[in-house]
Design a protein around this ligand. Structure first.
Ligand SMILES: O=P(O)(O)OC[C@H]1O[C@H](OP(=O)(O)OP(=O)(O)O)[C@H](O)[C@@H]1O
Ligand code: HPA
Ligand SMILES: [Mg+2]
Length: 181
């Protein structure tokens, strides 16, 4: 059972849904009269993205990009691999990059630079979780769900070694699972 590997629940399903609704309402207000393109950074953000778009009432479009930098560990390898690029051009569009977590900043500093070079009309970052204590690369974030302590979290899309993404809540993984104390 996945549950046995969880030390404690950080955010319940209800807390996540309530915060997602608040972020969607903020996006609705900020992009009134526009049609934002939401870019989900796979794989981690798929659950957040699916909940977020269903709470946004503006017309919006979606696209997906897959990147990977963690492999099977709990720290970033520093190498960001583009596994799948966007399907559409973003030039002149109002882009919102949707992420599950901003940790070292490696993935997003790389990705935002790459997307900015394609000349969108605007680009903003929406991350469900922010772990600022671990930041090594500065990243500006406009929409952030929760600030979390320096613990490895899983669930609601977030994995450890590709597992736990299907937990409906976000929990702290027991360190023994990844060979910690
Ligand atoms: O700020 P950073 O230290 O770069 O960490 C954040 C990134 O790491 C995770 O992705 P991962 O590489 O594990 O791929 P995944 O989404 O497929 O799990 C997460 O989904 C973010 O994209
Ligand atoms: O705490 C985390 N959990 C899962 N994936 C991650 N990628 C960066 N930080 C994390
Ligand atoms: Mg991962």
């Amino acid at each position: 059972m996945l549950e046995q590997d969880i030390d404690r629940v950080l955010f319940t399903e209800e807390q996540l849904q309530a915060r997602v609704a608040e972020i969607a309402a903020q996006i609705d207000r900020d992009y009134a009269g526009k049609q934002p393109l939401l870019v989900s950074v796979l794989r981690g953000s798929f659950v957040f993205m699916a909940d977020l778009v269903r709470r946004i009432t503006l017309p919006c479009t979606v696209d997906f990009m897959a990147v990977s930098s963690y492999g099977s560990g709990t720290t970033s390898s520093g190498q960001v691999k583009i596994v799948k690029d966007l399907s559409e051009q973003i030039e002149g569009k109002d882009v919102i990059v949707v992420e599950d977590i901003l940790d070292s900043g490696n993935t997003l500093s790389y990705l935002l630079k790459l997307l900015e070079a394609r000349h969108p009309a605007s680009i903003r970052l929406c991350t469900l979780l922010d772990k600022p204590e671990r930041r090594t690369k500065p990243v500006a974030v406009q929409y952030s769900g929760f600030t979390i302590p320096d613990e490895f979290v899983v669930g609601y899309g977030l994995d450890y070694d590709e597992k736990y993404r299907n937990l409906p809540y976000i929990g702290i993984l027991k360190p023994r699972v990844y060979g910690g104390e």
